[in-house]
Write a protein that binds this ligand. Structure first.
Ligand code: GDP
Ligand code: MG
Length: 166
């Protein structure tokens, strides 16, 4: 099995940290300038039973000008073509405007969306439950998986779950 995955989410939620962990190479540059790249392969993860190709999706933010508008269209089309969208959020922060904007953008998209709640090493379990509930109200996520990209908690489970969708 093989498939395409796009990781989206506002800055600093841990997308690059996650990619660096699963790909095992510094392919995803830690602090990349936004809007400088078109869709591109960020890395390929080859497991025994499957291959996951991670695709960068720049342009997911409120467009400020015409080019931004175009980039948003490109991004939306990319998200329709991948097999799984990982929408990564920060467990230590409540839903913000940036998160809500991305959620709105996902409307009318039939690709399964995983809500990946990152940085669980920094929140109390009770707090995590509240965060999960607040996101559940916003979108019909295919899966909701809390992880710590930094420490590795639950990352294996996330990858195993993705394989089911490829
Ligand atoms: P990106 O902008 O979404 O690519 O986010 P980065 O991967 O660059 O991470 C932003 C910051 O969050 C960095 O300082 C990371 O070390 C930190 N970070 C990422 N994942 C975790 C995590 O699971 N736990 C904690 N405590 N920090 C994290
Ligand atoms: Mg990054």
């Amino acid at each position: 099995k093989s498939g395409f995955i796009s990781i989206i989410g506002r800055p600093n939620v841990g997308k690059s940290t996650f990619l660096n962990r699963v790909i095992g190479q510094k392919i995803a540059i830690m602090s990349d300038k936004p809007q400088t790249t078109r869709n591109k392969v960020q890395g390929v993860l080859t497991l025994d039973a499957s291959q996951m190709i991670f695709i960068d999706t720049p342009g997911i933010h409120k467009p400020k000008h015409k080019l931004g508008d175009f980039m948003l269209k490109v991004a939306k089309n990319t998200l329709r073509e991948v097999d799984v969208i990982m929408f990564m959020v920060n467990a230590t922060e409540p839903i913000g405007k940036g998160d809500e904007y991305i959620i709105e953008m996902l409307e009318n998209n039939e690709t399964p969306v995983f809500l990946v709640i990152n940085k669980i090493d920094q929140v109390h379990p009770d707090e995590l439950i509240k965060i999960i509930e607040s996101y559940k109200d916003k979108y019909n996520f295919a899966e909701i998986i809390p992880i710590s990209a930094l420490q590795g908690n639950n990352v294996e489970r996330l990858l195993e779950t993705v394989q089911k969708y490829l």
